[in-house]
Design a protein around this ligand. Structure first.
Ligand code: APR
Length: 230
């Protein structure tokens, strides 16, 4: 029998229990740094060294982190569902947790690209230095979607969400668009679930079950509820 389609939108909260800090909780990552000083095209023009330092540091954290039970639990749902993970996270913990179909809306910290040509992308595990060049001769930058930049992967994500039989959200404050809008793209009639330690406000979204728990516990509940509906 064909598996039903489950789409899961994830955010920083799913990686919190792996030791990676979220953005908007009180110990948020941006503390000490203004977002516009490290994650905007203007920051890159003004002080590329600071931007590279910021992401080089975060890359080391990601490489040290391990997937947690929430990442693994979502991967295991592939036994019963046709799962697509749409993540705002730039870490690779879904992939290392076993998920095989992961779409990164906001880029990936383990990749870099030419600052001139966004198609020239390379895998990395080390630091990016000023003076490191892509094959087109342009400076390499993190393969990250910065504030004020377009989110090209949203075009891929929208039709996937439109075709979902089930839609779940795990660990995102649902404040950054266009990602946050995906919950309203899902069909009103399908069951939706939100797993978060503090459920974010959503208006005019139908059929939502809230699971107010840390991701590692909440994904277990999500799994039970989904298996009943399968
Ligand atoms: N389990 C479940 N949820 C958690 C946990 C946890 N252990 N810890 C925190 N959360 C929840 C918070 O309650 C919050 O709703 O995770 C969410 C984290 O929200 P944000 O910090 O805003 O992260 P996110 O939604 O991923 O941010 C979106 O903003 O800065 C940009 O590009 C960046 O992709 C990021 C985007």
């Amino acid at each position: 029998m064909q598996k039903k389609k489950l789409v899961v939108l994830t955010g920083a909260g799913i990686s919190a229990e792996s030791g990676l800090r979220t953005f908007r909780d009180s110990d948020g990552l941006w503390e000490g740094y203004q977002i516009e000083d490290v994650a905007t095209p203007r920051a890159w023009r003004k002080n590329p060294q600071l931007v590279l330092d910021f992401y080089n540091y975060r890359r080391r954290d990601v490489l040290q982190a391990q997937p947690n039970a929430a990442h693994v639990g979502l991967a295991e749902l592939e036994n019963d569902f046709d799962v697509t993970i749409i993540t705002q996270n730039i870490d690779d913990l879904h992939e290392r947790g076993g998920s095989t179909n992961v779409l990164h809306l906001h880029g990936e910290i383990l990749k870099m690209r030419s600052e001139r040509d966004e198609e020239l992308i390379y895998a990395i595990t080390g630091d990016i230095m000023l003076g490191d060049k892509a094959e087109d001769g342009a400076q390499l930058r993190p393969h990250i979607v910065w504030f004020e930049e377009a989110v090209p992967m949203i075009e891929v994500a929208v039709p996937i969400v439109q075709q979902a039989d089930f839609f779940a959200v795990v660990g995102t404050s649902l404040v950054v668009y266009p990602a946050a809008g995906l919950i309203t793209v899902a069909d009103d009639a399908i069951p939706k679930f939100i797993v978060d330690k503090k459920i974010p406000y959503t208006s005019s979204v139908y059929n939502v079950t809230a699971i107010e728990k840390p991701a590692t516990e909440g994904v277990k509940d999500l799994r039970e509820l989904l298996l009943r509906l399968k």
